[in-house]
Design a protein around this ligand. Sequence first.
Ligand SMILES: [Zn+2]
Length: 495
Amino acid sequence: MNDSWGNIARLSKNEIRDLQNGKLRKFISEQVYPFSPHYRQLFDSHKIRPGQIRSIEDLSHIPFTSKLDFIGATPASDKFVDFILQPDKEKIQKAWPLFRKLQLAFLSLARGADYTKNKISSEYRPIFTTFTTGTTNRPVPFAYSDYDIRNLYLSGARMIRSFGMEDNERGVNLFPFAPHLAFWQVVFGGFSSGVLILSTGGGKVMNSEGTVAALLKMKPSVIIGVPSYVYHVLRLAAERGVKMDFAKKVVLGAARLSEPFKFKIRTVLESMGATDVSVFGTYGFTEARSAWVECPAPPGISSGYHLYPDKEIFEVVDPETGEVKKEGEDGEIVYTSIDARGSVVIRYRTGDFVKGGITWEPCPYCKLTVPRISSDITRLSDVRDLKLSKIKGTLVNLSHLTSVLTDFPEISEWQVEIKKKDNDPFEVDELVVYVAANHGVKTPELSDAIKRKISAATEVTPNEVVFFNLPEMIKRLELETSSKEKRIIDARPKV
Ligand SMILES: [Zn+2]
């Protein structure tokens, strides 16, 4: 499909901003305000007239939307339905400008009333959903109409083009089969790009031995999936002593990704004969029903995620004050849709924190002029349950702990358990790190290094580092048996 990058990806910043302002105005006054029960109520209660929102700067008049807005006191009172655009004849008559109503009337005359009715109905009627992956919060469904499926095709096509997959290349998609965005974004991306992608469904559907066999059969140049699972499968293949010289690109998503981890992926593939391997990160979230990708850059460098300014507006705000940050400044990522149907969010606070913010400098690698968001993102979904945990009386940011252990070159797999000494609720906390080390690593030295690095990053020193062999660690992590790995276990009694 024509991914229409060509129409926007060479425009200047001012031209893109003009395009976004025009789309935003139209979207708010012709779609969001008239058809979204949630936003109509929000605008009315804050005395915001839709006509007031004329440019990106005006967005700051609109209160933020957060995850809590989707959730009611009980599952039965959940409010996600209020975010779905729900037009009817009367609302359309009231909200749409004269020329659009004339267009509609003309179509009705020419093709019959049923034709326009069906056309409107298929533009808005939900036909597909994905769910948020919250573990503490209730999962929230996000609806797609046919219109949104086309957008999903489009973002998929843009992603596949960004990382340079050609028609004659094959891919294997290892994302878990679930009503989650990552799996389906890849499936739809493959359809719209006309490339062959095998979607295995991940370890729970096709176990990892089967996945290795599928890789060897398909010989894909592109391997796509969750970082920890892709690493697990590649390592398993490496242990079998097989060749994977066909692999050229690895695309990772749905979890935090660092340059040291990309290096680990490249190293294991090179051990199987692959050369010039590029590893790409992606960023996406259910509420946007879209994902964004890095483009090819030299090893060790991230191009940032290339955004779709014709589909959305990104803001970076101060997490405390909500004030909008300038280009390149750190802050929380806020998302606004400007071209969607189904479930629509405006000024949605992702809870994800980006270092380096957004840049409008043309990309030095692929030359596109679209805005790019820094890939140094701490994702809420990574740390939702365990963002800050008090361990031994110290407030520990568990995402720092995760970074230290994931990026450690000598560590093959790891798990952390926080528990009470002797399982006595009145006793002190203990932090235990379980590790499967790479072959040939001296464990006493590694144990000391782990303690030192964790202590430097979190101000808490692990009580113990316990070593397991890899198969045991994989069992402990439930990498093969569960769709969500058991990376950090808080075994302390809940108080
Ligand atoms: Zn680029």
